[in-house]
Design a protein around this ligand. Structure first.
Ligand code: PMP
Length: 395
């Protein structure tokens, strides 16, 4: 029976991880994986997380099921960090939250929810996008359309293309937008551009789904959440998929949150019911540990500032790395835009063949798209990375 299955290609990024691990060259660089790396190449557990875990080990008195919506405490404490208090108070129970299995799980819940609103669901996804975005919506029965996001020649957001695509969208369409640190380009919309885009989407009756996987890593935690609060003010109905993987360094613990603003109590009840039904027949109830950690940190006047400090330190390391690469004396002008971009990723103008050559000849691992994770380039590797890049580009 199983022989008749079609073959599913492995995610190229996952194959890259195993090829990197098997490469014996000491000078190899992993620019594929989207995790924080400190200057020693490690992805450590945050101090605030360690302390919350110690507290939990002592204080947690049960491991019984959480319930379908997840931990209410986690949702309340995290939502307080994300949503401005006046907005939260005015929305009351029209703001629905639901614990998710990582940011991916929150996107999956959003996809399943939106799919239940229409017999022909359609979503617009940026081009380029995080590779998993189209897959999640295709698997949920959507027609996936793309809007051009990036101007490869000038290296910035192509706002004209985004706005004109939005101007042609249909009532009931969904529009997926990344909150900050756009994966893979590192290019984000400015606040005035966001407001303009949101006005177009609202006038066309399009529902936004905002994927916030990197809050705190672009301009700072509160600044990166402005998009969420502006969207809550602008739209009657809007969805957010929030991930705690990167900003709490809790990757493997799978902590995420789906937030939905609904326009009525009835709408809110229906959303809760639809999400519960999706959760019940997939994973049933979410894992607890990572969410409990986030909840403890968010509620603690001692741990919250410590965590924010650690998060800010990571953000500064990203900014410094981007500045060093874009202004290196032996630099290459394809890197000059890196300092204007945010987050882990940038997209270099490399052909798939050039990417593979970087891997095979120089031990520099990156996907065929030319996306690099900037913290994968240690200070001591910078010069050899830029030299190798120059050689490949000059060919
Ligand atoms: N959205 C984007 C844009 C991402 O880059 C990622 C992680 N690579 C996610 C969502 C999901 O993150 P996770 O499921 O690990 O929380």
């Amino acid at each position: 029976m199983f022989e008749s299955l079609p073959s599913f290609p492995a995610d190229p990024l996952l194959s890259l991880i195993s090829a990197f691990a098997a490469d014996p060259r000491p000078t190899k660089m992993d620019l594929g994986v989207g995790v924080y790396k400190n200057p020693f190449g490690d992805t450590p557990v945050m101090q605030a997380v360690k302390r919350a875990e110690r507290w939990l080990a002592e204080q947690q008195h049960t491991k019984t099921y959480l319930g379908i919506t997840g931990s209410i405490e986690f949702q309340t404490n995290l939502t307080k960090l994300l949503v401005r208090s006046d907005l939260a108070a005015s929305l009351g129970s029209k703001l629905v939250t639901f614990q998710a299995v990582g940011g991916t799980g929150a996107l999956w819940l959003a996809a399943q929810l939106l799919a239940k609103t229409s017999s022909k669901p359609r979503i617009w996804i940026s081009n380029p996008a995080w590779a998993n975005h189209p897959g999640i919506f295709l698997a949920s029965g959507f027609t996936v359309e793309r809007y051009d996001y990036y101007n490869a020649a000038s290296g910035g957001v192509d706002f004209q293309a985004i706005a004109s695509a939005a101007g042609m969208m249909q009532r009931g369409d969904a529009f997926l937008l990344q909150g900050c640190c756009h994966n893979p380009t590192g290019e984000d919309l400015s606040i005035p551009q966001l407001r303009e885009l949101f006005d177009i989407l609202r006038n066309r009756g399009v529902i936004p789904l905002i994927d916030i996987a990197y809050a705190g890593l672009a301009l700072g935690f509160d600044a990166d959440l402005e998009i969420l609060n502006i969207a809550l003010e602008t739209f009657d109905e809007v969805l957010f998929a929030f991930s705690c993987s990167k900003n709490f360094s809790l990757y493997r613990e799978r902590v995420g949150l789906l937030l939905a603003k609904t326009s009525s109590e009835v709408g809110a009840d229906r959303v809760r019911g639809a999400l519960a039904s999706t959760a019940r027949c997939s994973y049933s109830m979410p894992p607890d540990h990572g969410a409990a950690v986030v909840s403890v940190i968010a509620a603690s006047d001692e741990l919250r500032p410590l965590w924010l400090l650690e998060l800010e330190q990571i953000r500064r390391e990203i900014v410094t790395k981007r500045q060093r690469l874009s202004s290196a004396p032996f630099g290459n002008n394809v890197l000059s835009r890196l300092s204007a971009q945010t987050g882990f990723f940038s997209l270099l103008p490399l052909s798939p063949a050039a990417c593979r050559r970087l891997t095979s000849e120089y031990g520099i691992y990156l996907p065929d798209s030319g996306r690099i994770s900037v913290l994968g380039i240690s200070n001591e590797n910078e010069e050899s990375f830029i030299r190798s890049l120059g050689e490949v580009l000059n060919d």
